[in-house]
Ligand binder design. Structure first.
Ligand code: ATP
Length: 230
């Protein structure tokens, strides 16, 4: 579903990604694991079209994404939950969840919102509360609900566990499992290898803008856990 070939990302003189190639098959959950500065966010941002200085090829669902705007990529079916949650702090929970749905077919959004309300009860319980009054874990749930409000084919999750207490890591993991049961294809990044490896089929271990190892969870577990402490 997603094929990235020789992706290079540069910020001025800094090369954040050196010719990285990865792929994600339909229905899979794939992890990019690595410590601070490994290049995880740069890769995700290149897929959604947020990084200008990119070379290489990114194909989604058979389409080359080169030159396509962020909005056009979202319309193709790419959903995104940013690192550090980044909810719209003064908007209510409902407004946050609906904020990604503009321009999407109303009937489909309605059907999907029913699923979101059932799966994430917090979205109903705190519907009118400004998002900045929620705890970090609750905000992450809102960010997830917003990212899936358009029923994306591919969900990109950038460090969903960052800064969360263990109880919230468990709850977010349960939410990700619900999305998997629904058939969502997921590419997630994490520094915290231990909880992330429980959720995925395969992983790529990143360091200094390169893929150091890739394979099934069993194949890369040792290397991934070592990266966690770098
Ligand atoms: P983290 O978990 O800390 O976000 P990461 O694995 O997501 O790390 P990136 O954020 O992709 O890594 O950063 C990769 C490299 O690119 C780092 O050296 C970082 O300093 C650099 N970098 C990232 N964004 C920018 C930017 N906007 N301008 C300049 N350099 C950047």
């Amino acid at each position: 579903m997603l094929t990235i070939e020789s992706l290079k990302v540069r910020y001025g003189g800094i090369v954040a990604l050196h010719e990285v190639s990865i792929e994600v098959q339909r229905g899979e959950t794939v992890l990019l694991v690595g410590s601070n500065g490994a290049g995880k966010s740069s890769l995700i941002n290149a897929v959604i079209g947020l990084v200008p200085n990119v070379s290489g090829r990114i194909q989604f669902d058979g389409r080359d994404l080169a030159g396509m705007s962020c909005a056009a990529r979202a319309r193709l079916g790419i959903g995104y939950s940013p690192e550090g949650r980044r909810v719209f702090s003064s908007l209510s929970v409902t407004e946050n969840v609906l904020s990604s749905t503009l321009g999407h077919p109303v009937a489909k959004v309605g059907e999907n919102l029913a699923w979101i309300r059932k799966t994430f009860p917090l979205v109903v319980e705190r519907a009118r509360q400004p998002a900045n009054q929620l705890s970090g874990g609750q905000q992450q749930i809102v960010a997830l609900a917003r990212a899936v409000s358009t029923m994306p084919k591919l969900l990109l999750l950038d460090e969903p566990f960052l800064g969360l207490a263990p109880i919230w890591i468990e709850r977010i993991s349960d939410a990700i499992r619900e999305l998997q049961r629904r058939g969502t294809t997921i590419l997630m990044t994490e520094q915290m290898a231990r909880p992330a490896l429980k959720l995925v089929d395969r992983a790529y271990v990143m360091r200094s803008g390169e893929i150091r190892r890739s394979g099934t969870v069993e194949e890369i577990r040792g290397v991934a856990l070592a990266e966690e402490y770098l």
